[in-house]
Design a protein around this ligand. Structure first.
Ligand SMILES: [Zn+2]
Ligand SMILES: [Zn+2]
Length: 377
């Protein structure tokens, strides 16, 4: 099942945002993540789609009101008048039923579309941003999110306490009506009850008969050490409530890891570019290198270390998710050639050059030998 993020969160606006605020937020974000600016970036494309969907609902006062009541069920639920732009499955449902009768089921979708059947609630998505270190070492995070819940006053029935929803007189509680059209009988969702099979005569005042209320909730999640950017943690049953006795949906927490100033990550390995001076490279040196989490370790750079050399520190990388294994820290040596030398330094280097025999530079010597062969053919 596709997961959905709260539309207000998608647009980055408050639940009480004005129509103008929503329009502004949408324009700004749409510019930022327009697919033309991010060719071949699947994530940007998804984000753009999500943004348009959120805008379509929140910019329409009627759809927005339904969303505020029902969450993601609201805008498209035909039963509550969400016809235009929404999905009307009634035709397919009818076909499904006919096929079900002919082939003994297996068309699948029709049962789920019968709106008085038990259905799992919608899954929700929350985007959680954590630091590089939090991902590496694990953390516990609490966050706020919005979901629709069953109304406490009527326990989700939508009927005034003390009253009960009544069986729909039009469809006799089946949620469907049969319509003959030519040689085929189609089954349509009952328009009186919206397919629920029940009508509410005395509406609950707390939820205006919808049975649902939008609530702000705080949840806490344990993020395991080693989680990576784009991975998801599922909190079972923390999504929107099921209908007709169906189970709750789940809450999917999608992790975004903020980049680190120094370290780069590749699975369980860490990479660090380590600039050293050309004298350190030539003579060798012991250098303090930062490790993730604020520590440091002393690393020996051997005499004659070349640019782009790699030094691997075993077990100093990132812990593998749900395992004791730790990857490596790989140092990428960048030998820096000094600039803006003083006259004294230049003199010393000239003396150094004069004292060179040429065999100090293996690669250069072999190159020059090949050039010589080429010309002497
Ligand atoms: Zn209620
Ligand atoms: Zn009905």
């Amino acid at each position: 099942m596709a997961t959905k993020r709260d539309y207000y969160e998608v647009l980055g606006v408050d639940k009480n945002a004005s129509a103008e605020d929503i329009k502004k937020a949408y324009r700004k974000l749409a510019k930022e993540c327009h697919p033309d600016l991010h060719p071949n970036d699947k994530q940007a494309e998804e984000r753009f789609k999500e943004l348009n969907e959120a805008n379509e609902v929140l910019s329409d006062p009627e759809k927005r009101a339904r969303y505020d009541q029902f969450g993601h069920d609201g805008p498209n639920m035909g039963g509550f008048g969400g016809g235009a732009g929404g999905f009307d499955f009634s035709g397919f449902g009818g076909m499904g039923d006919i096929f079900d009768q002919l082939f003994g089921g297996g068309m699948g979708a029709s049962a789920a579309q019968r709106r008085n059947a038990p259905m799992q609630g919608n899954d929700l998505r929350y985007d959680l941003r954590i630091s590089f270190e939090e991902a590496a070492f694990g953390c516990e995070k609490s966050f706020e999110f919005t979901r629709s819940e069953n109304c406490d006053t009527c326990h989700g029935t939508g009927a005034k306490p003390g009253t009960q929803p009544k069986t729909c007189p039009t469809c006799k509680g089946t949620g469907q009506v049969r319509v003959s059209g030519g040689f085929m009988v189609t089954v349509r969702t009952c328009s009186t009850c919206g397919g629920t099979g029940k009508v509410i005569t005395d509406k609950c005042s707390a939820c205006a008969g919808t049975g649902r209320l939008r609530r702000r909730r705080t949840a806490s999640v344990k993020v395991p050490a080693g989680i990576d950017n784009g991975q998801t943690i599922v909190m079972n049953g923390q999504g929107e409530p099921g209908r007709n006795g169906g189970p709750n949906g789940d809450l999917y927490i999608q992790i975004t890891v903020r980049p680190h100033k120094l370290f780069k990550r590749d699975g369980t390995n860490l990479h660090l570019e380590l600039p050293i001076s050309f004298t350190q490279a030539a003579l060798g040196a012991d250098i303090d290198v930062p490790t993730l989490g604020g520590g440091k370790t002393t690393v020996h750079i051997p005499e004659g270390t070349q640019n782009d050399a790699e030094i691997r520190l075993k077990g100093q990388g990132i812990q593998q998710l749900r395992s004791a294994y730790r990857g490596d820290l790989i140092l990428h040596i960048r030998v820096e050639i000094p600039r803006r030398l003083s006259e004294k330094q230049k003199d010393l280097l000239r003396q150094f050059e004069d004292a060179s025999s040429g065999k100090e530079y293996e690669t250069r010597k072999s190159f020059l030998d090949k050039v010589k062969e080429l010309f002497n053919g």
